[in-house]
Design a protein around this ligand. Sequence first.
Ligand SMILES: [Cu+2]
Length: 138
Amino acid sequence: MKVVKFLFCALLVIAFTVSAQAQDKKEKAKNKTEKVKGKADKVSKGKAKGNQEISIVTSAQCEMCKERIEKALNETPGIKMANLDLETKAIKVVYNSNKISADQIRQAIANTGYDADNVGANEKAYSTLPACCKKGGH
Ligand SMILES: [Cu+2]
C-alpha cells in the first residue's frame, strides 16, 4: 500500500510539472505574439503619423531638370519619394513631417535653381543651370 501511495504521489508531481511547463510555454508563445503585434501596430501608426504627401509646382523645363530636382530631394533626409511630372511641372513628394517641413522641401528645390510654389529659385544655383534648363529654355 505504501508503494502505491508513493507511486501516486510521484505521478501527481510529474503531472503537475508537465502541465506547469506546458503553461509556461503557452505563456511565452503568447508574449511573443503580443510583442510582434505591438511592433506591427507601432509601424502602421508611424506611417499614418509621420508620412505626408504634397505637390509643389516648380519651374522645371525638361527631363534633365526633372532628374536634377528628384535627385536633390531623394538625397534630402526625411524625403521618402519625389516624382516630377513634366506636363504639369508639379513634383509629388512623400515625406516624414517629423523630419522635414513643406517649406524646407520648397527651399531644397529653390536651392537647386528652380522655383517652388511661392519660393523663388536660388539665383546662384539658377545661373549654373544649362541654358535649356533656364526659364523659357524650351
Ligand atoms: Cu532642364
